[in-house]
Every structure is written in C-alpha cells, then in structure tokens.
Write a protein that binds this ligand. Structure first.
Ligand code: COA
Length: 261
C-alpha cells in the first residue's frame, strides 16, 4: 500500500486523498494501482455509496509522475494508470471530485469521468500533452471539444493553455467554483453526503443512462489515444520535453527531424 494515497471512510462515503505534497501529488504507478484496487473494491462493496477524490485544499495533482514517464512508461492496458482509469470509467456509483490548486494532465482528464466536480475559483487546470511531446489521453480528445467547443479545446489541448477553476465551472467541467480550497472540499463533501439519503439503485441506473450515449465511441477513442500515447512517450520529442522538465529547462525541439518523431 502506498502512503501517498489516504483512504477514509465516513459511513457510506469513501474518500481517496492524494497525499504526496512534496511532489505536488504527482501520480506514481503505486498510487494508480492502489486507487484502482480501492475503486474496484468500493464498486463491489454495497456499503460504499459514493466516492470523493481530492488532493486536499492546496493541490489536486501535478499529473503523472514525470520521472515514471521516463523510467517506467505505461506499456499497455495492464499498466497501473490504465487500471485506475478503467476502474473510474466502469465505476457504477457516483464519484465526486474536489479540486484546488493545480490539476495537470490526468488531473484534468479524470474530472471528465467524475459525476460531480467542485473547484476552487483560482484552481489551475492544464492538459500540457503536446507541450510534453505527447497527445491527449483517456477520452479528452473527444470529451473536451464536446464540452468546450473546438476552438477553446484547441487552446487547451494543442497549446496547453492553463484555465482557472472559474472557467472550468463556466464551461461545464465543474458544477461550481468556490472561494478557496477549504470551501471547495466542504462543498464537495456536503454534496457527496447527499447521496447517502438517496436510493442507491436509482442513482446507479441513472448514472448508467447518463453515461450510455457515446460510451462505445468513447471506449474506442480511449484505446486509440492509449496506443498513440504509448508510442509518443518513446518518441525523441517526448524524451526531450520530459527530460527538460526534470532538468528545469525549456525543451528544444529544433534538432528533432519530422521523420524521427
Ligand atoms: N512529476 C514528478 N515530479 C513533479 C511533478 C510531476 N508531474 N510535478 C511537480 N513535481 C516536483 C518538482 O520536480 C519539484 O520537485 P523538487 O522539489 O524535488 O525539485 C516539486 O514537485 C515541486 O514542483 P514545482 O514545479 O517546484 O512546484 P510549483 O508550485 O512551482 O509548480 C506545477 C507546480 C504543478 C505547476 C508544476 O510542478 C508542473 O507544471 N508540474 C509538471 C506537470 C506535468 O507536466 N505533468 C505531466 C502531465 S501529462
């Protein structure tokens, strides 16, 4: 078990809290594996009625651990990150997210697969896949253009533009933007607890109906993105961009020929 994921129970509410503050809650393979295990067990456990995912009041997550991307990149659908996202994608009960501070890469993508999302107004969401020589993942190339429209989605996905929690709420990624981290956590918890008074099968049936349209297309897109993402992770462009992050310098793509990407 990773000490970087805290699991708390409060009656039927299960909270998954990312707890790796020194690395801005960057997600390692061990963290993905633990979250996948917890989600699969919670899905099967009738006493769990709702899951809350948070990184605490200051930082949601800086996304996939960049050192892991370089040293142990995901190799296929059995990889821990895929296991986690599959568990989230297939989760039958409501999932609530509370986001404050940075939500980078998969930290933004995973919100598209949650049911209720609350953000602090000044949260900073970003999907810098292209900036890292990569491509969108886990359905973001389909879901973000659907939510934001093609032009805004291009700013976010092609340029890696940062957007705020306030914008995320305006664009429909989040249900509401709150004053700060603590009020965001409190709102998310309050809304999650409301599920405990509702009929669980009615909630699950309704979630399934809401997610059914486009689900097969989404599954296909996720597979296509996953295959390309895996290839791109081994590309000279990605290796340059990821190494540059680790070395705290700007990447230089000028010497990488098109034929070699
Ligand atoms: N993977 C591994 N380490 C990471 C990380 C990541 N995704 N994000 C941050 N860290 C580490 C930094 O290297 C630094 O480590 P150090 O103290 O040992 O040098 C520490 O976490 C703090 O990060 P820092 O960049 O100094 O914090 P900040 O407040 O200035 O910026 C972020 C926070 C999240 C905006 C910035 O860290 C960032 O952009 N991270 C990378 C995000 C990313 O590209 N993720 C992959 C997406 S696919």
């Amino acid at each position: 078990m990773s000490e970087h994921i805290l699991v708390e129970r409060e009656g039927g509410l299960l909270t998954l809290r990312l707890n790796r503050a020194d690395k801005k809650n960057a997600l390692t393979r061990a963290m993905y594996s633990q979250m996948a295990e917890v989600l699969d067990a919670a899905n099967a456990d009738r006493s769990v009625r709702v899951v809350l995912i948070t990184g605490g009041p200051e930082c949601f997550t800086s996304g996939n651990d960049v050192a892991d991307f370089l040293q142990a990149p995901p190799t296929g659908m059995d990889s821990p990150v895929f296991q986690f996202m599959r568990a989230l994608f297939d989760f039958e009960k409501p999932v609530v997210a509370a986001v404050a501070g940075p939500a980078v890469g998969i930290g933004t993508t995973l919100l598209l697969h949650c049911d209720l999302v609350y953000v602090s107004r000044d949260a900073k969401l970003r999907t810098p896949f292209v900036n890292l020589g990569l491509c969108p993942e886990f359905g973001s190339s389909l879901l973000l253009p659907q939510l934001l429209g093609p032009a805004r989605a291009a700013e976010v996905l092609l340029l890696g533009e940062t957007f705020t929690g306030a914008q995320a709420a305006e664009w429909g990624i989040a249900g509401a933007a709150l004053e700060d981290g603590p009020s965001t956590l409190a709102k998310a918890r309050e809304m999650a607890l409301r599920f405990l008074d509702l009929a669980p099968s009615a909630v699950a049936d309704s979630k399934r109906l809401m997610r059914a349209p486009g689900r097969e297309q989404l599954r296909k897109v996720i597979e296509e993105e996953g295959a390309l993402f895996g290839q791109r992770l081994r590309s000279p462009e990605a290796i340059e961009a990821l190494s540059a992050f680790m070395q705290r310098r700007k990447p230089d793509f000028s010497k990488i020929g098109r034929a070699h990407v």
